[in-house]
Write a protein that binds this ligand. Sequence first.
Ligand code: B12
Length: 223
Amino acid sequence: MNDQQLAALSSFREKFLGFDIDAIDREADGMLTAGVTVRQFLDTCMPIMAEVGERFEKGEYYLPHLVMAGEMFKTASRKIKGSVQAGESGPAIAEIVLGTPMGDIHDLGKDIFGVLAEASGFAVYNLGVDVPPEAFIARLEETGAAFLGLSSLLTTTFGTIEQIVALLDKKGLRKNTQVMLGGGATEQSLVEKLGVDFQTRDAYEGISFIKRLTDGEMKGGSA
Ligand code: B12
């Protein structure tokens, strides 16, 4: 990281932690001018979001703090995401149905993953937030997508995720669908517990997982 990027990120961090919501747009411009990458932006934001969450849990912050943190992240990420280079045009390498399962309205990380996946040459059907299990299944059937990406920030969505996996089984779609789980509430042990194929809290790891599988397929191998 060069000095300009470091200075832009540190100024952004200071304004963010001070909840200086009016300054964020300007800070985002500063990051763009400095050439801050999405990866650098996320590496700076994730610990801040985690700290806001921890303080909320301890009762030091309240719901408006979560709302403001979400808004500030959205304002900045909208600009930073805009700097992501579009993927090569041509047929999509693979298709991904993506969404936040029913009961959960967090979408910041999901949308970042979606943008990075598109930029990597994948077609993304982003169904939004609070998505019922049946809607995921319907879109998979309609598109024939090989990947299902679920974003979970609330542990209360785990039951819904189990329902989605059970429905995939029932409809005979499970063996042809790679179910990917991402988001702050997830951990590795859920792969076995919920019957999914992959878990991560890092959008880039998600992209690598799909690339590994699609590369294997193209070479006629398996993952
Ligand atoms: C901002 C925020 C909000 C905002 C969300 C705004 C929005 N548009 O998303 C608002 C104010 C709406 C909100 C509401 C609530 N929140 Co909230 N929120 C947060 C906070 C502070 C940050 C979340 C975030 O955006 N992180 C940044 C993003 C970029 O990270 P990420 O989602 O993990 O994504 C990364 C990776 O995981 C990955 N990724 C994400 N999805 C996917 C999907 C795939 C397929 C892949 C491959 C990768 C991938 O890509 C990203 C980049 O690497 C967290 C604290 C935390 N530690 O996360 C609490 C937190 C998630 N919230 C929490 C709670 C309790 C709530 C509320 C219930 C509060 C309330 N009493 O009302 C409500 C729930 C409403 C609902 N029904 O969903 C708890 C959840 C506890 C739990 N484990 O269940 C947390 C952990 C705070 C805490 N410590 O208590 N919240």
